[in-house]
Ligand binder design. Sequence first.
Ligand code: NAX
Length: 336
Amino acid sequence: MKVTVTGAGGQIGYALLFRIASGAMFGPGTSVDLRLVEIPAGMKSAEGTALELVDCAFGTLNSVEVTDDPTQGFDGTNVALLVGARPRGPGMERADLLTANGAIFAPQGAAINAAAADDVRVLVVGNPANTNALIASAHAPDVPAQRFTAMTRLDHNRALARLALTLEVPVKALSNVIIWGNHSSTQVPDITHGLLTSSDGTTRHLSDVLQEKLGGSTAVGSWLTESFIPGVAKRGAEIITVRGSSSAASAAAAAVDHVHDWVVGTQDAWTSAGVVSDGSYNVPQGLISSFPVRGQHGNLEIVQGLSVDPEVRARIDRSVQELIEEREMVTALGLL
Ligand code: NAX
């Protein structure tokens, strides 16, 4: 597999590249050729990372190249991880942020269109991830829109971890948790279909288990709205406060999970990913929004036919409205 990582000299890049090279993304039987893409200011850092990658002597790492030319970096690539992005600077409005990122993701989409392998799969990590993915996809008309995705797996993993801590159960006992919408503070962590499978194989609805643990449905309602949902949505800010810089290793782990489940598959299990809407769940067609998905047949397929709780529906509508506004803004800026 040829894997390209942009922003390779940054902190997520530093946590991500070693995991890909060690075989965590595709398994021990698949060797990888890594392409590290940076801007000139980040080249030294990426070059240093490349030296360390070589020194790990990973059995699954075939080659490493570093470049500041996106077309060269995406040449023949099977998986493109778009991590490098322009962060919001002081006094920057949303339109300024979208313009600055449009200047990154439009040419990267065009370079993927021109140079990547026919089966290229793209994961956008750099924020605002959903709309950056939309911009990149719009500039890659020969690549099916389903191959451009945005990362909400970190939010999904945060939701699982928080539930596991609250219920004092292993993460692997939990399933069918969902993140809907935008990767932003409006995201919608949803446990209404969530299940807990005990070690004896019995499966129970998470809502019932939570009621037992927290003392009734009112207590669960308050926990969801006052602790769980804002706790997941604001976890990134909490990490910044405690750690002094933004999530890196957990973001890298989520990117590995996202691509692994896309390429290798999830069998029947669900996860969450920002994928292009086909109109499912009343999310306007063409928006890149987070849905429950299964990795099947090499695709991320939206899990269909789920009932949506009215309170969750209202939250999804608010988050989707934010995505619509972002799309309108980038359309007005001529980025689509
Ligand atoms: P860093 O600032 O450590 O690294 C970013 C790197 O990208 C820098 O080395 C920079 O030189 C490079 N870069 C900038 N423009 C580039 C371009 N046009 N081509 C190639 N490289 C370019 O940031 P880091 O902590 O690694 O975060 C990267 C992005 O991930 C940010 O946009 C961040 O907001 C986003 N995140 C997204 C998450 C998600 O769940 N979707 C979670 C983690 C993270 O916050």
